[in-house]
Design a protein around this ligand. Sequence first.
Ligand code: PLP
Length: 360
Amino acid sequence: MPVGEPSNSWEQLQARMEAVPRLDLDAGSTPLHECATLTEDLQGPRVLIKRDDLTGRAFGGNKIRKLEYILQGVKERGADTIVVGAARQSNFCREISGCASKLGIEVVAYLRGTEPLSYEGNVLLDHIFGAKIFASDAQSWSELHREMYGAADVLSAQGRQVEVVTGFEPLGSLAYVNCAMEVSQQCASLGLEPTHVYLSSGTGTQAGLQVGFAALGMDVDVVGVGPMQHLEGYDSIPHRLSEVANWISAKLELSLNFAPENFQHTTAHVDGGYAHCGYETAEAIRTFGRREAILLDPVYTGKAMAALLAHSRQGRLGGSDTVVFLHTGGTPAMFASIEGARTNLGLEGSHLGAASMGSR
Ligand SMILES: Cc1ncc(COP(=O)(O)O)c(C=O)c1O
C-alpha cells in the first residue's frame, strides 16, 4: 500500500473526480460479469470480468476512458488536427481516430512497424473513422516522435491548429480512478470483496486503478501483466507507474505517495515479445473464448489472462480469492496479422470447407 492519508468515502472521491473536466464519450459504467464456467473449471479463485472492452465508442477499450479527459483539453484549446504516432495495430490510434472525428477533429496517424501497412484490424477501423494514415519505419519511439513533430510543424504552417497527442499522458490514466470506483460499487452490490484485480499493464491504467483503490481504502492486490519487457525511457514499468500514480494523486489533492515497490507487475507472460502471440497467449484466448464466449486480444489481454490462468494452476490464487479480470479491449487486432497468432491458434495448414469436413 502507498503511504498516505486516511481513506475517502466514495462520494468524497467522486467529488474530487468531478472537479476534473471531462467529455462524455459513454466510457463508464461497463458491466461486471461472473465467469462461472471458468471458475468451475479452475476449481480455484472466483473470477469476474470488468468489461472495458465495451466502453461506448469506436470498438471500446481502455483508451475511451482516457480520451474523455485528454480530448476535453484538446477541444478546449481549439485544435482542428491531431497528430499521433503508434504501433501498426494501435488500439489508441483506432480509439482516438473515432472519438476525435466525432468532435470534428482530423487525426493524422504515423503507424510504426516493419510489416507492410495493410487495411486489417485496427488499421481498417482507423480508415473508416477518417484518419489520414502514414506508414512509418522509425526505429525507436524517439525517432517516431521527431517524425510526428515534423508533421505537426508542416500542418501548422498550412494554418491548421495542431496538437500532438500520445497515449502516454498521465491525465488519461486518471480515468481509471473512475473504473476503481465502479468496481468497488459493483462488487459491493454483489456482496463480494475482490482480493485481486488482473489487467494488462504498460504505461498507466494500473496506476489510475491503484490510486482509486488506495483513495477508497480498499485492500486489493492489483496484478499488472506486461505486454512487453521494457518501456523506453524507464528503468522498469513500476517506475513509470509510480510516476503516473503520484501525478494523479497530486491532481486530485490526495497526498498519496507511491513508490515502484507498490506495483505488482510481471513480464513473465510477454510470450515472445510485444505484438507477438505465443502459444501461452493463444491458449488463454482459446480457453477464455470457449468457456466464457468473450474474445480477448493477442497483444494485451490474452497475456493478462495467461498470467491469471497460470497463477491459478500454480496455486498462487486459491479458493478464498475473488479475482476481477479487467478486459482492457484490443479485440480488433484479432482480425489482423499478428505474429505467431495463426500458428499458435492451431490454424497453420488447416483448410476449411467440404473436403476437410468430409475427412473428419
Ligand atoms: C487493449 C490494451 N490493453 C492494455 C493496454 C495497456 O494500457 P496502459 O498503457 O495504460 O497500461 C493497452 C495500451 O495500449 C491496450 O491497447
